[in-house]
Design a protein around this ligand. Structure first.
Ligand code: ZN
Length: 569
């Protein structure tokens, strides 16, 4: 394998990071030069050299696009940032086009077998998927797909609620889900879902349009249906729908009974007869534990938490703070949400979040720090594709970090730390059935593209009975009629993505269980896993860390047993 990566640019602080906007014609001519070098009887060495030149161009483009995207999110009112973000939207599909053409050239290289030895067989397996998932014939459909997706995003972003004297939107009305007053929670739930009921026709139509369009796209590319294309778009080289279906069955068998017991205990703890939808996010009459409210205190607590993990993680977190690679506070003009991005030519990650003073701040910071630690640990890998793994593997790094910080959570929550840990574990268990239901739903939808919106809702209701038999909607009509999934943006925007969170959680829970017995060993394996970035497919990565693949028999059962002991249900 290629031993070296290109030398990294240096930046003392975030403000030193720079990237010039690419000129597409110039970029294309550079790609043409590389393609020429691959032809006319090029040797394997020449092909490797050509690969390095291409890879360096991709890293530069990735750095510029990450920076353009980030700056716009940091200040959506800045006209220059907006112009760069718009330029990126136009450029990205074009660059994907020339990248796919380049992958085809490498795949067709006459001495491919030797090249695979140099660059890695897995890389070629990924490219095989990429080139079949994209073809210029579907480009107009892909553009339409983005436009319809935007309709959904805009509809939800425009939701407004006059609630208890406040003007709220969908994210902010969410704070009532954890409100200590049950009536407030109930009223907020009715208000929120009333928005969906009022827009139910548009929500149905938008989804229907997306399903038909994606089905057409798949058929243009000569796939049987969109499931095949959807899996390819997720770059899944080492498992398919059959493995995922068996995994969902294991969730029903091994996790749902435990989840059911957790919900019963939760109702007892809250002193209610039946746990209603609006009670699901509350685990104690005392409400959710709260982290430090002042930003400086929060940051110094974070420094101590990560410092407590010691070694590479501790040094890394210190470096992120010193070099100003975090933007965590909400402010006017800053976009919502939380994510981690990276600048490959500098080998540096960056964390973006919007603190609001709840447990969410801890969740998001620790989670994104896991992503960032992986991106940093694998920064020197010699192939762009290896800098970030596929999504389910990425989420193993972030979700495992959430569990590996457990011994130090007193810094965030003081005497409530143990309550936070149990709540974290319970919500993790409860998430698995929901995630599987969302995935099962999408398989039904794309297998039956002719199903009506009504049939889709009926199927969702059946899924709720299987995966979440405890769900009680208490007369919220839109939900009684099977409309819950319309809130789940992945269903509209990122088909087949959702199961990835459950696959990753199944791995993170294994790290958690190991950390209870051998913390140092679990942390060491985690650190090594992060260094491997994306150089292998999901299951190989997982096994390389001494974990079982979520598709292995019995793995969920073991995790459930350990969780039941700790939660004491
Ligand atoms: Zn994540």
């Amino acid at each position: 394998m290629l031993a070296s990566s290109p030398p990294l640019d240096t930046a003392k602080r975030f403000s030193d990071i720079r990237a010039a906007a690419p000129d597409f014609e110039h970029l294309r001519s550079q790609y043409d030069d590389i393609t020429d070098a691959l032809e006319n009887g090029a040797s394997v060495d020449e092909a490797v050299h050509a690969f390095r030149r291409w890879d360096a161009l991709r890293r530069s483009f990735a750095t510029w696009s990450a920076l353009a995207e980030l700056r716009f999110q940091q200040d959506t009112k800045n006209a220059n940032y907006k112009a760069d973000a718009d330029a990126l939207n136009v450029l990205r599909p074009k660059v994907t086009g020339i990248d796919v053409a380049m992958k085809r050239k490498f795949l067709a290289f006459p001495l491919r077998a030797q090249l695979e030895t140099e660059l890695g067989t897995y890389l070629f397996a990924r490219w095989e998927l990429d080139v079949t998932a994209f073809d210029p014939v579907i480009e107009p459909l892909a553009v339409t797909e983005s436009k319809i997706e935007d309709q959904y995003t805009e509809l939800l972003a425009g939701a407004e609620f006059d609630f208890r004297g406040e003007r709220l939107n969908l994210p902010t009305i969410g704070k009532y889900a954890e409100h200590p007053d049950r009536d407030a929670r109930r009223e907020a739930a009715f208000a929120k879902w009333d928005f969906f009921a009022r827009n139910s026709e548009q929500l149905d139509r938008t989804y229907d349009d997306l399903v038909h369009l994606r089905d057409r796209m798949a058929k243009e590319l000569e796939f049987h249906n969109f499931i095949e294309l959807g899996y390819r778009r997720m770059t899944r080289t080492d498992y398919g729908p059959a493995e995922v279906a068996r995994y969902r069955e294991a969730i029903v068998r091994d996790i749902v009974p435990l989840a059911q017991r957790i919900v019963q205990a939760q109702a007892r703890d809250l002193g209610v007869d039946e746990l209603m939808l609006w009670d699901e996010h509350v685990f104690s009459k005392a409400g959710s534990p709260k982290p430090p409210q002042a930003y400086d205190q929060m940051l110094s607590a974070a420094r101590e938490v990560f410092g407590g993990l010691g070694g590479e993680v501790g040094n890394f977190a210190g470096m992120m703070m010193q070099r100003d690679l975090l933007d965590l506070q909400s402010r006017d003009g800053k976009a919502g949400g939380g994510f981690c991005t990276s600048f490959p030519t500098y080998g540096l990650p960056y964390i973006f979040a919007n603190f609001n003073g709840t447990t969410h701040d801890v969740n998001v910071l620790v989670h994104e720090m896991g992503h960032a630690f992986q991106a940093y640990s694998s920064r020197a890998l010699p192939v762009s594709e290896y800098l970030w793994p596929t999504f389910e593997a990425c989420e193993v790094h972030s979700m495992s970090m959430e569990f590996l910080t457990w011994p130090h959570l007193e810094r965030f929550f003081g005497r409530d730390a143990q309550r936070y840990r149990i709540q974290h574990l319970k919500t993790s268990v409860l998430f698995l059935p929901y995630g599987a239901a969302v995935d099962h739903f999408q398989h039904f939808v794309y297998e039956n593209p002719g199903a009506t919106p009504q049939q889709r809702r009926e199927f969702w209701k059946q899924l709720e009975e299987t995966y979440m038999p405890w769900r009680r909607y208490g007369g919220i009509e839109h939900l009684e009629r099977g409309g819950f999934w319309q809130l789940q943006r992945h269903v509209y925007l990122m088909p087949f993505y959702y199961i990835d969170y459950t696959l990753a959680l199944c791995c993170a829970l294994q790290f958690w269980a190991r950390s209870l017995d051998d913390y140092a060993g679990a942390l060491a394996d985690y650190t090594q896993l992060c260094k491997r970035g994306g150089e292998m497919a999901f299951q190989s990565l997982v096994r390389s860390a001494g974990l079982q693949s979520p598709f292995d028999a019995g793995v969920l059962q073991n995790v459930a047993q350990r969780a039941a002991e700790v939660i004491a249900v």
